[in-house]
Design a binder for this molecule. Structure first.
Ligand code: ZN
Length: 448
């Protein structure tokens, strides 16, 4: 097949979905839905060999994706938030990954330990977090449901910073009540509270947390609640967690961020203004995440109103536009599903559905394809070396004798794989669709 021993591909290259022997799938970014995750990991080990899937997960990535969505229609935000929360729940879950995934797709996995996933191999420590969860919810209520998880975690852990002082939150009775644990620990409790639907986040209000009805019910009638400790490897990064919070650490493009800072400094110098008067750090940070290239887009960044955008924005969007172009950056706005991606998603779906012996009619219908288009996609998949077993479908749609005739034609008589020639040679007893389908079988079993 390939001459290279190892091929590393990003999703932009279709990630070799036609290859049966993908050994590793690494998610360096969190997938935007569980469905996507399932399809992407499903690319590993299609030949029945080993397939290792590693997903890196940090809650910062979620925040970044949520920021992408700001300024989008609310309905769209809601849908993607839902999908994303399912991924978060999956990532945070300590239940067998296999069980969770199969469950999501309506299947039951009854084994207790799959002996393959991280949760089964290295179970996370559990503890009764009843009091901790109540403390989190009380803090959210006492700060009037106006603040995001970092801030709430900082209050409980007794962190002293400008934000806390300016809102006088060090005077709340809950301040420092959990100071024997780090803000990082409290953040993990908050995330689990979100997954358990005790807490809700308002993306429109920069992630402000509020307590849901279920949360209020729990506060009134608390009961033992098993929560999970974060893994130790994450605890090791605790030392830097505080500094990260101080620096903003919004997960943006650091190179662009420093360019934007330089521009702001020069501009401030030229206009004899303090840099923050032009744009605050938080605005620059959003620019480094959202990559706005017009003044309209710039307004989506925190702290940037229309006036400011008009007054100071031009140089910034020009710099960003140039940067985006030179570095071929795919901006969140451009991430509208492109037909190419769509197509490759179809491929994964088709491969998986055929593995599950689904009727072609159902596959075509599920993906809104005509039978012609479906067969065409299957031909592409097979031509690139993936062995699809479509016998189950041939058996129920094509007469045995006809099947043999067409197969033998390709095997013994045909001068090439040409379809039009085959149709001509075989004559009108055989429909083009039949010829194409059997040709697929031939390509899988003999030619490739
Ligand atoms: Zn498992």
């Amino acid at each position: 097949m390939e001459e290279a021993d190892v091929i590393v591909a990003t999703i932009a290259f279709g990630m070799g979905i036609d290859k049966p022997d993908v050994r590793f799938v690494v998610h360096y970014d969190i997938p935007k839905s569980l469905e996507g995750y399932y399809q992407e990991t499903g690319r590993a080990g299609r030949d029945g060999g080993e397939g290792v899937c590693v997903a890196f997960y940090s809650y910062k990535d979620i925040q970044k994706l949520e920021k992408f969505k700001q300024g989008k229609p609310i309905a769209e935000q809601e849908v993607s938030k839902q999908l994303l929360m399912e991924t978060v729940a999956y990532a945070e879950s300590n239940v067998c990954r296999r069980k969770v995934l199969l469950n999501y797709f309506g299947e039951d996995y009854k084994q207790d330990n799959c002996k393959n996933c991280d949760n089964c191999l290295h179970p996370r420590k559990q503890f009764d977090g009843q009091e901790e969860m109540c403390l989190v919810m009380e803090t959210v209520q006492k700060s009037l449901q106006q603040f995001n998880s970092e801030h709430i975690a900082n209050i409980i852990a007794g962190v002293s910073n400008a934000m806390i002082k300016s809102y006088q939150h060090h005077k709340l009775d809950v301040y420092g009540m959990g100071k024997d644990r780090t803000a990082h620990f409290w953040n993990a409790i908050i995330r689990q509270g979100i997954v358990l639907h005790f807490l809700e986040k308002d993306i429109e209000k920069y992630g402000a947390l509020s307590v849901t009805q279920a949360g209020k019910d729990f506060l009134e009638n608390p009961s033992p609640l098993m929560l999970f400790e974060d893994r130790e490897m994450e605890e090791e990064t605790d030392a830097s967690a505080d500094t990260q919070t101080k620096a903003g650490g919004g997960g943006g493009d650091t190179v662009l961020m420093s360019m934007l800072r330089d521009l702001r400094r020069d501009m401030a110098h030229r206009l004899k203004l303090a840099p923050f008067v032009i744009f605050q750090d938080i605005s620059l940070e959003d620019m480094s995440i959202l990559y706005p290239v017009t003044l309209e887009e710039l307004v989506h960044c925190q702290g940037v109103g229309e006036g400011k955008a008009r007054k100071y924005g031009k140089g910034f969007v020009e710099l960003i536009e140039k940067y985006v172009e030179e570095n071929e950056i795919i901006r969140p706005q451009d991430m509208v599903v492109k037909s190419v991606i769509n197509k490759s998603l179809n491929k994964v779906y088709i491969i998986q559905s055929i593995d599950r012996k689904m009727d072609f009619e159902d596959i075509a219908e599920a993906k809104g394809l005509s039978m012609d288009e479906l067969i065409e996609e299957i031909e592409v998949i097979v031509n690139s070396g993936t062995k699809l077993d479509i016998d189950y479908y041939l058996e129920q749609t094509i007469d045995d004798d006809k099947l043999e005739d067409i197969f033998d034609y390709f095997r013994y008589e045909a001068q090439s794989e040409s379809l039009s020639e085959a149709v001509k040679e075989l004559g009108s007893d055989y429909s083009e669709e039949e010829v194409r389908l059997v040709r697929i079988k031939f390509l899988v079993e003999v030619a490739n």
